[in-house]
Design a protein around this ligand. Structure first.
Ligand code: ZN
Length: 308
């Protein structure tokens, strides 16, 4: 078992419209856009990041908006619901706010004793706001007050046909089983960054998910720095996982591996962070390009969908 992983770092999903995606996260949910850049492997597509003031690990939802992408098919082998932590007693205000913003499929339930408000995003992406005792400072610059603003991720929920090998992997990564309810097993990492929870939802006969707009592409787990990341990489390789080399993603270093249940995992460093190439006061405003795509700026600025 390893102890370098400190909770979620970011969650990355697919979208069909950059402007709708941007409006949903900044206006409806009140997160801060902390980076506007492009996909390293497909520079004609944005990579948009939304989080707290600085884009702290454990708060950052990121998107690749492929214009007019077909919607994904929900099923086993993917992340089902991505959950954000909000203050206790705030769900009524959230229900009112989201209704006002045009969200029509609100649901309320309780999971492991915590109140949840469930809803979907512009591409059918499944989200929940969970009332939790969470001490992280929220971003309040987009019109959502501190008494209800999102604190960061609460959890991500993996939907699997069979939980066995993935549960074993989470335990290896330092997660501990903390509860079970119906077909859901809750894992948490001790001493994490508050985005500490992963739920496994077991759906034995379910069809497999097909990736498209609204699907989670991968979830990333946080390690403090590159030295810790190399230790995790060695440990995963020793256990038989196929892990990529370390990749420089400008705002963090990344390694990736496919889990037994089909979900793509990334391990990302907390260093250097999103203020490495722009001031904290202006994060996410300018189009930032990875150096190998800098020569494409004129074309990309003409071609990429404008966002507010
Ligand atoms: Zn990632």
């Amino acid at each position: 078992m390893i102890n370098q992983i400190k909770g979620l770092h970011h969650v990355t999903s697919l979208a069909s419209s950059a402007s709708k995606n941007n409006a949903f996260f900044t206006d409806a949910l009140g997160l801060r856009r902390v980076k506007k850049t492009v996909n390293f492997d497909a520079p004609d597509v944005y990579h948009l990041y939304y989080g707290d003031e600085k884009g702290a690990p454990g708060t950052v939802m990121t998107y690749f908006p492929f214009p007019h992408a077909a919607r994904g098919r929900r099923g086993a082998g993917e992340v089902g619901t991505t959950s954000f932590a909000v203050p206790e007693g705030s769900l009524k205000a959230w229900a009112d706010r989201l209704t006002e913003k045009g969200v029509t499929d609100l649901g309320q339930d309780t999971r492991f004793g915590e109140n949840r408000l469930t809803f979907t995003g512009p591409d059918g992406d499944a989200f929940a706001l969970v009332e939790a005792n969470d001490n992280r400072a929220p971003w309040t610059g987009n019109g959502v007050d501190e008494d209800m603003a999102i604190r960061g991720f609460h959890s991500a929920d993996m939907r699997l046909r069979d939980e066995g090998a993935s549960a074993e992997l989470l335990r290896f990564m330092g997660y501990e089983e903390v509860d079970r309810q119906d077909n859901v097993i809750r894992f948490a990492v001790p001493d994490g960054n508050e985005a500490n929870v992963i739920d496994i939802e077991t759906l034995p006969g379910a069809g497999y998910a097909g990736q498209g707009a609204g699907s989670v592409h991968h979830i990333a787990f946080a390690v403090e720095n590159r030295a810790r990341q190399l230790e995790v990489r060695e440990a995963l390789l020793d256990t038989g996982y196929q892990v990529t080399p370390v990749i420089d993603r400008d705002y963090f270093w990344a390694i990736y591996f496919r889990t037994p249940g089909g979900v793509l995992f990334e391990i990302a460093t907390n260093e250097p962070g999103f203020d490495v190439d722009e001031d904290t006061a202006h994060l996410g405003e300018a189009l930032k390009l990875p150096s190998q795509h800098a020569h494409l700026r004129e074309r990309l600025e003409r071609h990429l969908e404008p966002i507010a």
